[in-house]
Design a protein around this ligand. Structure first.
Ligand SMILES: Cc1cc2nc3c(=O)[nH]c(=O)nc-3n(C[C@H](O)[C@H](O)[C@H](O)COP(=O)(O)O)c2cc1C
Length: 177
């Protein structure tokens, strides 16, 4: 029988938090929106491979920005989704914001600030959905309450590099006196 890769190991809190990670949004298995009513943005394999070795599977939270526009609260699952017994590791973020449309192919910038819990298999789909809603509420409250986390939201990591034209400094000639 096929076995799910090891998810039972108790996570050690990563030393590498906050963790800054960027990737491209790719198609997941499509269950987030359809089964759960909770859309998730799946990151590409390169982003998953870039995770530090002490970054255990689990549920995390922090901030995220699509194409370096607005920064939103986010909750994120990293691992094999034991409820579904996936064979492939995924890293998927739910951004706490209503987007008018999908953003596959966009750049997603994420700062993970803290660990919430282990990934689990639940007795029912409803129980998984309830757990994710509790994650969202808990993460949202913690992000608002913690000045250290609020400061990270302002990180230059989320800012687009501006061109000289945008800064209005191109060919600027100092006025002669
Ligand atoms: C905050 C959060 C918590 C999650 N917790 C679990 C979990 O405990 N167990 C699990 O199997 N999957 C968990 N997931 C992953 C969902 O099962 C997954 O997002 C959903 O199946 C959609 O996957 P897809 O985009 O590949 O279709 C969680 C996802 C999020 C965003």
């Amino acid at each position: 029988m096929a076995t799910t890769p090891d998810t039972a190991k108790p996570p050690t809190k990563p030393l590498s938090l906050p963790l800054y990670v960027r990737g491209t949004v790719v198609k997941g298995l499509g269950r987030g929106n359809k089964d759960l009513g909770i859309p998730t943005a799946n990151l590409d394999d390169g982003a998953i491979a870039s995770l530090p070795s002490d970054f255990d599977n689990g549920i995390y939270y922090g901030w995220a920005s699509v194409d370096r526009t607005d920064v939103h609260k986010m909750v994120m699952s990293v691992g094999y989704n034991p409820h579904y017994g996936n064979r492939k590791k995924s890293m998927e973020a739910h951004l706490i914001h209503e987007f008018p449309e999908d953003f596959y192919g966009s750049e997603l910038s994420i700062v993970v600030v803290d660990f919430l819990r282990d990934e689990k298999s639940f007795p029912s789909l409803e129980a998984l959905i309830a757990a994710i809603h509790a994650d969202i509420n808990g993460a949202s409250i913690n992000l608002d309450r913690n000045d250290k986390y609020l400061k990270i939201k302002q990180s230059p990591f989320f800012q687009r590099e501006t061109t000289k034209e945008e800064e209005g400094t191109t060919d600027a000639v100092p006025a002669s006196t």
